[in-house]
Design a protein around this ligand. Structure first.
Ligand code: PGA
Length: 253
């Protein structure tokens, strides 16, 4: 079975002590993961080593950075490189979250470079894509996300693609309480997989976990994750409450 992933995206929330407490509460739920299941906590940079150490020894629990630089190193004040993340043994990095695209003007080309920097340091990118409301209303979301994939990912080798995780996050569903319907999510995930299959072949596309993000909650996770092409979720708000995120983990296939 394809990897099924519950990824928490804390964004810019919680103090260090609150972060410690949240992880402890989550682990106290005692959820043991099957071989094909994975929990990934995307925490703020200053908390990465703390989170890494807290989940160490818990099978298939790990951490992610929320971003990395497109550059290898140098005079980029305030930025964090993939090499630095690798040096503190961070295995995943979220790339191209819609908030980065919108507020920091990250382009598809820049995200291609960030993806390359991550792979260069053996960090698994969790590559985000998704359309804004006006694109959904115009009915052109399939082409829009296909272009995000082709411009940022299609230079990758087939081998690299099998290491990638994709998160589909319709922008109109993020933090709005408005979730895509199960049908909308499955339809888009199947489309994304078809786009990958056209470029890399079905056998490769079949291996790529595609997570859904956008107002995933304890109450809707099981229904969303039940769809054949939805391989878990990237969860913002609900990941800040241990009991809610624990329920979301339990909803993984
Ligand atoms: P949300 O955020 O779950 O709060 O909608 C999801 C995300 O932005 O990753």
């Amino acid at each position: 079975m394809r990897k099924q992933i519950a990824a928490a995206n804390w964004k810019m929330n919680l103090s260090y002590a609150e972060g410690e407490k949240l992880i402890d509460e989550l682990l106290a739920a005692g959820i043991s993961l099957a071989d094909h299941q994975q929990v990934v906590l995307a925490v703020p940079f200053p908390y990465l080593t703390m989170a890494r150490d807290r989940v160490a020894g818990q099978k298939n629990y790990s951490v992610a950075a929320q971003n990395c630089s497109q550059h290898e190193s140098g005079a980029y004040t305030g930025d964090t490189s993939a090499a630095m993340l690798a040096s503190i043994r961070v295995p995943y990095c979220v790339i191209g979250h819609s908030e980065r695209r919108e507020y920091f003007h990250e382009s598809n080309e820049e995200l291609a470079r960030k993806t390359d920097r991550s792979f260069a340091h053996s960090i698994t990118p969790i590559f985000c894509c998704g359309e804004p409301l006006e694109i959904r209303e115009a009915g052109t979301q399939n082409d829009y996300v296909a272009q995000q994939l082709s411009e940022s990912l299609f230079h990758l080798s087939a081998e690299q693609l099998t290491q990638l995780v994709i998160a589909y996050e319709p922008i109109w569903a993020i933090g709005t309480g408005k979730t895509a319907s199960t049908e909308q999510a499955q339809e888009m995930h199947a489309h994304l997989r078809a786009v990958l299959a056209k470029q890399y072949g079905a056998a490769i596309a079949d291996q790529v976990p595609i997570l859904y993000g956008g107002s995933v909650k304890a109450g809707n996770a099981a229904e969303l994750f039940a769809s054949p092409d939805v391989d878990g979720g990237l969860v913002g708000g609900a990941s800040l409450v241990a009991a809610d995120f624990a329920a979301i983990i339990r909803a993984l296939k």
